[in-house]
Design a protein around this ligand. Sequence first.
Ligand code: ADP
Ligand code: MG
Length: 443
Amino acid sequence: MDVDSLWTSILGEIELETSRASFASFFHGTRIARLENNLVEISCPNQASAIMLGSRFRPLLLSLLKTRLGKEPLFRFVVEPKKISPDKAGPLFASSQADFEKAFQKTGLNPNYTLENFAVSESNQMAHAAAQAVAKTPGKAYNPLFLWGSVGVGKTHLMQALGREALLKTPHLKLIYCTGEEFTNGIIEAIRNRSTAEFKKAYRTAKFLLVDDIQFIAGRESVQMEFFHTFNSIVQAGGQVVLTSDKPPKEIDKLEARLRSRFEGGLTIDISPQNFELRTAILLIKASARGINLPIETAKLLAASFEDVRALEGAFLRFLTEKGKGEDDDRAVARVVSQNSLLLQQKKLAQPERVLEIFASHFSLSPQVFLGDRRKREIVRPRQLLMYVLRQEMGLSYQEIGLFLGGRDHTTVLHGVEKITSLLPKNPTLRDDLSVLRRVLWG
Ligand code: ADP
Ligand code: MG
């Protein structure tokens, strides 16, 4: 039997044992790349599918291969990276690769957010399939594609990966990615500078518009009006709109009715929180993206202790720090987990009000300033650092922090925390502030 028919017959049997949707998302694009003696190499289109296949289908694959080969197989998964537009291979290839890279940089998309790095499971399978369809035939499949779910379920990742995919296919695509907050600030700024014509033109002529955390525009009249017209122009011209939100359209407070009906006019899909298995897969992907070979057992231990993916990523970084001090895997995990329970205790004891006072006195600002709207950098940074500490060290949710800090949107808090996370490695003053504050706070 040649390898292709061997694989077809195995897939035939697996298909009988799994649901159609999961069969399609896990096995799409797989094949046997090599068969020598009892070594079988199964090629997967991406890291995520390799990890999911390994964790979910290993026993089944083993037994199916064993029956057919007549001996115990040794098998492993290999990933064959996807090349851009294979039909364009040849002289055109290099130039479109360069075009893609140039276009990609302009969009500001995160290069780590790819479909290859996105693990699929029941909770996000529908969203993943819809994202693929939209990237493949923009403007035709669903318009808008509206993805919603709580913090950390992978909305931003999937949306950016989808944009990247569309750009890979068509490097000259006029694609814009922004957050609802950026759109809002952009239009407010344009009104202030009397440059709304430019702003409108830029957005209304997009062929592919991705707006992350669209709920942010709710409650602001001029912004919603501008978005309504932008949306209509793009869709009428055959373009594609993709939106994410923390809630379905009908639950977004203060959203204009006409926008709500537009948002509901395409495909709305929710993504639920990741289960244990998916968290494990995500952690393995994150590790391998850093070139770290994390044993699956260790990944499981961490994934079992942290239910929130962002917390899990933080835990993984602390795990690496512990390892750097010479701890073995088990002890490093144990330390990270116990630090976490210590943090939870601190959260119960410390009051956000007290933390605010300590911040105010450290930066010689009045506590009111932290709750207010002033946007000077001398105020914005301390405020973001406060968000960071409330989130990372006290474990308050983004919503709780937003509420505490004068009723800010949770995405503003999220961006604040992310800003500090990205600044800390390169900004010694900020690190000093943080370590002084930590000493005052936690002794
Ligand atoms: P959201 O926008 O829903 O709050 P993000 O897209 O920012 O969530 O995801 C939070 C983190 O978890 C990111 O680092 C992202 O890469 C990772 N992540 C979430 N879901 C997945 C997934 N299915 N596969 C791989 N990584 C994921
Ligand atoms: Mg997001």
